[in-house]
Design a protein around this ligand. Structure first.
Ligand code: EPU
Length: 419
């Protein structure tokens, strides 16, 4: 068992570089399935989820090598692949579902284990299933697997999503690129990671317009080609460092990220009282006083990201005043506030609202991370707690943050991993 030990009190200062976005790279990896041959993805973070995805794709028949120092991943995709994603891997990482679209469109069949709910909520797949059905696939749930067939290929369709789901947009997108005819995704997700995958698919030869808007149009092509593609920077990791700068009254320059992906979180950072300077390859956050509390409402992009909600609750926990945080995406994402309360935070939840009354100081305690972002939020809280906080459940943090503790230490934190 590994824990992260943090002793609060240090002001974080210095420069930190974020690597590629977890929520982009996993889908870019899946997209390589669409073209036989060797593709290379660069700016790949050394995180557990990449290892799990690589294992899943190896079992399908891909040959994958991950050069961690160079942050690049080479994926060789043969002409024929297996089409089954097993439960033992899918249960470890819900994003495994992103092989569904590429497998069914390229091979006419896919069996992907149902991931089930997870620590942040129930997380349906109905939009993915309905989308594939509209494209002509038959999709059934059998013995814990989603079994999809399209022996005669997929055809274009107009698909209206009830909610701009990131995962469903990606499944439909990756299935539609090799379908015959035109597909329109209405109310599509607009996240920067969607634009990233659309860019990669276009480089592979796909015909896509409207990426980054609510209406994406895809004209199917017969064949795609392998590519070399660079993953966009991780806006959630970047936003985590911004919150760390505010909480520790620090001065952190974050590079490797386009600050325009963080307009809403950075405007909240300014509202909290920090100075934010936008730079060419990132931004700098400087803070000299106790933060002011800031209300937050999570929404699909360009709204405030749910994946920064726990970190900003941690920030509000030590802010001056009271803040209301509304979570609109994942019903169980407030579970972590019970852990934050162990550090002395004052948080009351009611359904999808949380009321946080800032306290002057948190006090250290052992706490447990229940998911990646909750883990990051608890480590941030530990940075401003009196004494030594032990964060358990580090495997969650490892799923999304590369060298988190080393980076904290390089910024001046008193932190270490203890095995
Ligand atoms: N939903 C349905 N039915 C569906 C699909 C989604 O009801 O068929 C619901 C979900 O239950 C949720 C909402 O729609 O309430 C949004 O879900 P979405 O599909 O947009 O999320 P996702 O694709 O499952 C990705 C990220 C999440 C991130 C969300 C929202 C990956 C691997 N995961 O999940 O990241 O929170 O988009 O931005 O890309 C994280 O990194 O910590 C994380 C949870």
């Amino acid at each position: 068992m590994t824990v992260i030990s943090v002793t609060g009190g240090a002001r974080l200062e210095g420069l930190v570089r974020v690597t590629g976005a977890k929520n982009s790279v996993l889908k870019l990896m899946a997209a390589t399935i669409l073209a036989p041959g060797t593709s290379t993805i660069t700016n790949v973070p050394a995180i557990l989820d990449v290892t799990i995805m690589a294992e899943l794709m190896r079992r399908l028949g891909c040959d994958i090598s991950h050069d961690e120092p160079k942050q690049s991943l080479t994926i060789s995709v043969p002409e024929k692949l297996e089409h089954r994603a097993d439960y033992d891997l899918v249960r470890q990482m819900r994003a495994s579902i992103c092989v569904l679209g590429p497998l069914v469109t390229r091979f006419g069949a896919a069996d992907v284990a149902l991931p089930g709910g997870d620590a942040i909520g129930s997380r349906g797949l109905d939009y993915h299933i309905e989308g594939l059905k509209k494209l002509g696939a038959t999709v059934k749930s059998e013995h814990g697997y989603l079994v999809a067939h399209a022996e005669n290929g997929l055809h274009g369709a107009t698909i209206h999503l009830d909610f701009p789901s990131v995962g469903a947009t990606e499944t439909i997108l990756m299935a539609a690129v090799l379908a015959s005819g035109v597909t329109v995704i209405d109310n599509a997700a607009r996240e920067p990671e969607i634009v990233d995958i659309c860019n990669m698919l276009s480089e592979m030869g796909a015909q896509i317009s409207g990426a980054g808007t609510s209406v994406i149009e895809i004209t199917g092509v017969k064949k795609l080609n392998p590519v070399t593609h660079q993953t966009i920077g991780d806006r959630i990791v970047a936003g985590t460092w911004a919150a760390a700068a505010v909480m520790t009254k620090g001065d952190i320059t974050v590079t490797g990220i386009d600050a325009k992906y963080l307009e809403m979180p950075l405007s909240k950072i300014r509202d909290a009282g920090a100075t934010v300077d936008i730079e060419k390859d990132g931004f700098r956050v400087t803070m000299n006083s106790r933060p002011k509390s800031v209300d937050i409402v999570t929404l699909p992009y360009p709204g405030f990201p749910t994946d920064l909600q726990p970190q900003f609750i941690a920030m509000n926990a030590i802010a001056e005043g009271a803040a209301m945080v509304t979570e609109n995406l994942f019903e169980a994402r407030f579970r972590f506030v019970q852990e934050l309360a162990r550090l002395g935070a004052s948080v009351k939840t009611d359904g999808h609202h949380a009321l946080i009354r800032g306290v002057e100081k948190l006090s250290s305690a052992p706490v447990e991370a229940t998911d990646i972002r909750a883990g990051a939020g608890l480590v941030l809280a530990g940075l401003v707690a009196d004494g030594n906080t032990l964060v358990h459940g580090v495997e969650h943090i490892d799923r999304g943050y590369t060298d988190f503790v080393d980076q904290l230490v390089s910024l001046g934190a008193d932190a270490k991993r203890i095995d």
